[in-house]
Design a protein around this ligand. Structure first.
Ligand code: ADE
Length: 244
């Protein structure tokens, strides 16, 4: 997969050289290219923003600068490239969004700053047939799209074949197919700070362990994320689940 990220702070994207994403790049599984939006500004001050029509606080990013940048980046892209625009006013970015994006060949992530990008940019690329996803990583406001871009790239990259060493570890995690938060996990030593590992996990009894983990996942989800419990498919629940 190829991912281009356009930002006025390319240095913000440096963490994409580290850890799993960095390794995936070195291994040739992922081609990430970071661009400085100001390279497409046309004046000597490399201006990318201006005051909002209609008045109000803050600055808006100019469509002509973004258009020049995205035309160039998309010119070198697969025809199916998707444009991802992180914004607090987008649809919620979830594990399902990450799964869908992980099937794409090419993503272009446009990081806005200030009060955001002139709305004609998304409209223009949609009119040209480019799929545009305006996504929010949560109900809070960041200073710009860069941190959200890091979130999107990491969530997508770890789903690409070969990126996570043991694909089994993707199966039972939180926000997986079961729609539950993950059960609590433990490792050695079996007793630490006066706290014991739940005995069932030391029993070697696979069916009992699986049942215990499912109960914990259900209880934890009900306590922490009742919204996820409401969304569960009742057909996927067994009688033991329903008795909890
Ligand atoms: N830019 C600023 N805040 C954001 C958010 N919550 N999600 C995505 N992009 C953003």
């Amino acid at each position: 997969m190829r991912i281009d990220v356009v930002s006025i702070f390319p240095g913000y994207l440096a963490p994409l050289e580290l850890s799993l994403v960095g390794k995936a790049r070195t291994a040739g599984l992922l081609d990430v290219r970071v661009h400085d939006l100001r390279d497409w500004a046309s004046d000597k001050h490399r201006t990318v923003d201006d005051t909002p029509f209609g008045g109000g606080a803050g600055m808006v990013m100019r469509p002509d600068v973004w258009g020049a940048a995205l035309d160039d980046v998309l010119a070198g892209a697969a025809p199916s490239a998707r444009l991802v625009v992180p914004t607090p006013s987008g649809t919620t970015f979830t594990q399902r969004t990450a799964e869908a994006l992980a099937h794409e060949q090419h993503l272009v992530v446009a990081c806005g700053r200030y009060e955001g990008i002139d709305a004609r940019v998304a409209a223009h690329y949609r009119e040209r047939g480019v799929a545009v996803d305006e996504v929010s990583i949560g109900d809070y406001v960041l200073n710009g799209g860069e941190v959200a871009a890091l979130v999107v790239v990491e969530a997508v990259a770890r789903l690409l074949p070969g990126v996570v060493g043991n694909p089994e570890s993707l199966v039972e995690e939180s926000h997986g197919a079961a729609g539950l938060l993950e059960y609590p996990v433990y490792t050695k030593p079996p007793r630490w700070a006066g706290l014991e590992v739940p005995e069932v996990l030391l029993s070697g009894h696979h069916a009992r362990i699986a049942r215990w983990r499912r109960d914990e996942a259900l209880t934890r989800t009900a306590e922490r994320r009742p919204d996820l419990v409401v969304a569960l498919d009742v057909a996927g629940l067994d009688t033991h689940d329903l008795a909890l």
